[in-house]
Design a protein around this ligand. Sequence first.
Ligand SMILES: [Zn+2]
Length: 325
Amino acid sequence: METPSEMSGYVHNVSPMKDGAKSKFFRFDFQTSEDESRKGICFSPQKRSFFCEKEQSSSPCKISKVSSCSMRSSDFVVNEKSSVESTADVGFPAKRPSIRSVSVKDISYLSVNDVVRVNVKVLSIDKTEKVTVNSGDEREKTDVIVGDTSGAVRLCVWQPHVLELGRSYGVDAKVKLFARRRFLSTFPESVVNEVGPIYAPDGIQQIDQVRATGTIIGSQVLSRFYKCNSCKRKIDPTETKFLCCPHCNMKQLRERSKEEMIVKVVVDDHGKHVHLTCFSSIVSTIIGEDSLAMKSDDVEEKLLEQEEVELMYDAFSNTVNSVGD
Ligand SMILES: [Zn+2]
């Protein structure tokens, strides 16, 4: 969509000020006709009060000397050189843009805090926990996995919203990021309502997850260690009865400390060599034996002797998080 250098319309959804790599910025939606709106990003912080005032009063304004933007999250850029001014009637009423509907797969391309609507089926319900929020109140949060035909994603459902397993819902949610993986979260004004059945194929992949299928052509046990029962950091392996954590000095019985192992594998996926990291539980699943009870040499050899494997891994960390059958 070509962006003219001058536009008149209404301002909606001015975001809080954010810290960019070079300067502070904020985002907003700019309604340019009865039912069309564009996404703006403004790198001129002092203009924010003008935009907020225009949004609150629903009065039209004119923005000039803006430039087009190739980012997925914005259509045009307002900077120091751009000018903003009040204008007379633009010939159409102000209408807050409706939340855009996206498929689950599209979430990979969205920015953090974008608000979207998804129509999804609840595939699994993970855990419910009580979280102390900024105001100091305790609120209940349930993690569920939802999906449609395009993919699956984690959704944090905050009280009072409740989603039931196997049912389908239209959900307003914000895009969030944790450990470089996107997920969705409901927010206080979220509209959540049950919709007709949404189809999600069995075993549909979560977004940001990649599948590698092939044979393991290289394996190396990188490290073995114990995890401190107190601070969770690494303790070097030893044969002694007790372990003393070098980080927090907590002494513990070795047989009651959790052991861990990190193994690098190279998978030949149809000629493409994929380098992946596996923790002991994944290694045990692949070889069908308790890897922690084995010598490192045996673990490496057992991995190499496997027939074809199917590993799901995180696209950013290259860490395997599940094994196909
Ligand atoms: Zn410790």
